[in-house]
Write a protein that binds this ligand. Structure first.
Ligand code: MG
Length: 354
């Protein structure tokens, strides 16, 4: 072994001036104060990444989830740590590069997602195709997307439902003490299909059964994560006593989680920020489908970079809940559009962002 290779100097070719990987925090302002079982806020900080090479810029975004110890700042630190080596990697082998990114930390999933999205955007631009064409998907297969109505007072909920007139399917958050009031407020102004997310709100299995049996009568299409993520036995008990599909969300983070969920749930909600990127999301969709589970793509509150990225996978799934960009007032880019509730992918190369 030569002295140069001992020092690690031989393997790395000189960088061209424009070959960079960068990360920063972006503050997104919310149109409405956002309340779920977990938190309440008026803004959301996310991580933005860029990969610049050969005159092209790939962009990515990730929303770190506090529950898993992630923040926009911790995401910046992760990207800065891997950036020097990543900037030298051959992106023609992007699947190998993304697996390398995934192996660089036991956590940092949203930051890995932001890097993975920027890589997909760059690679597809370089090939002169949209990201969904990397997987051979038909953008005409993109599903309807829901519009989410946050927990609030009945009068505010009715106003939010009226503002969502353009969306044919609504998603409503429940799981607090006023569930009946929330659903009745929505039903007092619309007969549209409703999808309901309890965000682990019911801790007792018989309470969950009672609530879901009531929701069935209120025209609810499916229920997301009624009980805490770890309560899989109770979840199986609930599933045997209700008549609408139950979709895992908090219980489903990454590909390895899915097989054990197959007997407790009817489907899984896949989020790119939790999965660690589009490659991981693609793997999760394929595992879920192979187990006979319904598939759904969800999102965090994000700008159109992350939502457009997730939407590139949406032709593969049964349900989409990709409205995070509609909830913010300072979206810096245009990408995915919703036309009569249907996701409409932009025509441009890469993510197609403008
Ligand atoms: Mg959910």
């Amino acid at each position: 072994m030569t002295r140069r290779s001992l020092l690690g100097l031989t393997a790395l070719p000189a960088l061209a001036a424009d070959e960079t990987v960068s990360a920063r925090v972006q503050r997104l302002q919310l149109k409405h104060t956002w309340t779920t079982v977990m938190s309440s806020s008026t803004y959301r900080d996310v991580l933005y990444t860029t990969i610049r090479r050969n005159g092209l810029t790939g962009r990515g975004e990730g929303a770190g989830i506090v529950r898993y110890g992630e923040s926009a700042e911790s995401g910046v630190a992760f990207v800065n740590r891997i950036a020097p080596e990543l900037a030298r990697m051959d992106l023609r082998h992007f699947g190998k590069v993304i697996d390398w990114v995934l192996a660089q930390s036991p956590a940092d999933w949203a930051a890995k997602a932001a890097v993975d999205i920027a890589i997909h955007d760059w690679v597809a631009q370089r090939r002169g195709i949209p990201v969904h064409a990397l997987w051979g998907l038909d953008p005409q297969d993109a599903p309807l997307t829901t519009f989410s109505i946050g927990i609030d007072k009945a009068e505010v909920i009715r106003q939010k439902v009226r503002e969502a007139e353009a969306y044919p399917v609504l998603k409503v958050k429940v799981g607090l003490a006023n569930d009946e009031e929330v659903i009745e407020a929505v039903r007092s102004v619309t007969r549209k299909p409703l999808r309901v997310d309890a965000n682990e709100g019911w801790k007792d299995k018989d309470e969950a059964v009672r609530k879901i049996n009531w929701l069935e009568k209120m025209g609810v299409e499916f229920i997301e994560q009624p009980m805490p993520a770890h309560m899989l036995d109770e979840q199986r008990y609930v599933r045997q006593r209700v008549h609408i599909p139950i979709i895992a969300d908090e219980a489903c983070l990454r590909p390895a989680d899915i097989p054990r969920l197959a007997t407790a749930f009817d489907g899984v909600n896949i989020k790119i920020d939790k999965a660690g990127g589009l490659l991981q999301g693609y793997r999760m969709i394929q595992i879920a489908r192979s187990l006979g589970l319904k598939t759904m793509l969800g999102c965090m509150i994000s700008s159109s970079i992350a939502i457009t990225a997730a939407a590139q996978l949406s032709p593969l799934v049964d349900y989409a809940d990709l409205d995070g960009n509609l909830l913010i007032g300072n979206d810096p880019v245009q990408g995915i559009r919703v036309v009569q509730g249907r996701l409409t992918l932009p025509a441009g190369n890469g993510l197609g962002l403008r």
